[in-house]
Design a protein around this ligand. Structure first.
Ligand code: BJW
Length: 240
C-alpha cells in the first residue's frame, strides 16, 4: 500500500451492534410498529412530539447501559498512537467512541455527524446541554428556561453537522475506511466516492456487503470486533 498519512474513518450502527445496540435496518427498522424513517423526522416531531421524545428517551437509556467493544477500543488506540492526520466521523449517536478513548490521554478525534443521544438542543436559545434523563416530561432549558428542548439528533431532511470539516478531511485523505454502515443514508453514503475521486484508497469493514461496496478498493467481511482490531494492528505495525 502507498504511504498513508491522513486517514478518515466513517462508522455506523454495525460497530456498536456487538455492544448490544440494535442497528437500524435490523428488526425491519421498526420501533413499536413505526418505521424509523417515520420517527426520525422533524415532521414526526411536529405531529407527535411525545412519541418522538419517548423513542429517544428509550435510546438514551440503552446508550447509557452499553459498553464499548473491542472495535471501539481499537479505534481509540489508533487515534492515540497515529502520528498523521485522523478524523473519526460517526453516524452513531452513542458515545462509545468517546468512552473507549477515555482510556487514553487526550480528547478522541470524533465527529458526530448525526448528533448525540446524550445531548439536548434548545430550539429557542440554540444551547446544547448534556442530557441523561427524560425529555418526554417537557423539562425547561437549563440555559434560557424555555420549554423548547428536542433531541440533538439530525433527522431526515435536516443538514448533518460539520459537513465542511468532513469534506475537507475527505479531500486530504490517503485512506478512507468505512466500518459497519449500510451505505443507505446520504450524505454519508457518498463519502467513499468523494474520497476515492480525490485519490484516497478505500476500505470497507462490514459483516456483509453494503449498498456502496462497489465503490471500495477492498471489502473485508466479518464482525467489527474482529476486523477492526486486526486492521488497526496492521496500520500501527506499518507506521513503526
Ligand atoms: C456489522 C455488524 C457487526 C451489523 N460488525 N458490521 C434519495 C437519494 C439520496 C438521498 C436522499 C433521497 N431521499 C432522501 C434523501 C436524503 C436522506 C437519505 O439519505 N435518505 C435515504 C433513506 C435515501 N438524508 C438526509 O435527509 C440527511 N440530510 C441531508 O441529506 O441533508 C441534505 C444534504 C445534502 C447534501 C449534503 C449535505 C446535506 C440526514 C440523514 C439523517 C439520518 N438520521 C438517522 C437517524 C438519526 C439518528 C438516530 O436516531 O440514531 O441516522 S437515520 C439512521 O441511518 C441513523 C444512522 O446514522 C443512519 C445510517 O445507518 P447505518 O449506521 O448505516 O446503520 P444500518 O442499520 O443501516 O446498517 C448497519 C450496518 O452494520 C449493516 O451494513 C450491517 O451489515 C452492519 N453490521 N452488525 C460489522 N457486528
Amino acid at each position: 500500500m502507498p504511504k498513508v498519512e491522513n486517514i478518515v474513518i466513517l462508522t455506523g450502527a454495525g460497530i456498536s451492534a456487538e455492544s448490544g445496540l440494535e442497528t437500524f435496518r435490523a428488526a425491519d427498522g421498526l420501533w413499536e410498529n413505526h418505521r424509523v424513517e417515520d420517527v426520525a423526522t422533524p415532521e414526526a416531531f411536529a405531529r407527535d412530539p411525545l412519541l418522538v421524545q419517548r423513542f429517544y428517551d428509550m435510546r438514551r437509556v440503552a446508550i447509557m447501559e452499553t459498553l464499548p467493544n473491542t472495535a471501539h477500543e481499537a479505534l481509540a488506540r489508533l487515534d492515540a498512537e497515529w502520528q498523521g492526520g485522523l478524523l473519526l466521523v460517526t453516524q452513531n449517536i452513542d458515545d462509545l467512541h468517546e468512552r473507549a478513548g477515555a482510556m487514553y490521554a487526550g480528547d478522541p478525534r470524533v465527529l458526530h455527524m448525526h448528533g448525540e443521544g446524550l445531548s439536548a438542543w434548545c430550539t429557542a436559545c440554540d444551547a446544547r446541554t448534556r442530557w441523561t434523563t427524560s425529555l418526554a416530561d417537557g423539562p425547561p432549558c437549563p440555559v434560557c428556561g424555555a420549554n423548547a428542548l428536542r433531541p440533538d439528533i439530525v433527522w431526515f431532511g435536516e443538514m448533518p453537522y460539520r459537513m465542511d470539516e468532513i469534506y475537507a478531511a475527505l479531500r486530504e485523505a490517503d485512506l478512507f475506511v468505512s466500518i459497519g454502515t449500510s451505505g443507505a443514508v446520504y450524505p454519508a453514503a457518498g463519502f467513499v466516492r468523494e474520497a476515492r475521486e480525490c485519490g484516497a484508497r478505500t476500505l470497507e469493514l462490514n459483516l456483509e456487503s453494503s449498498h456502496g461496496s462497489a465503490w471500495f478498493h477492498e471489502t473485508r467481511l466479518g464482525p467489527a470486533s474482529l476486523l477492526v482490531p486486526a486492521w488497526v494492528d496492521e496500520m500501527l505495525g506499518m507506521a513503526r
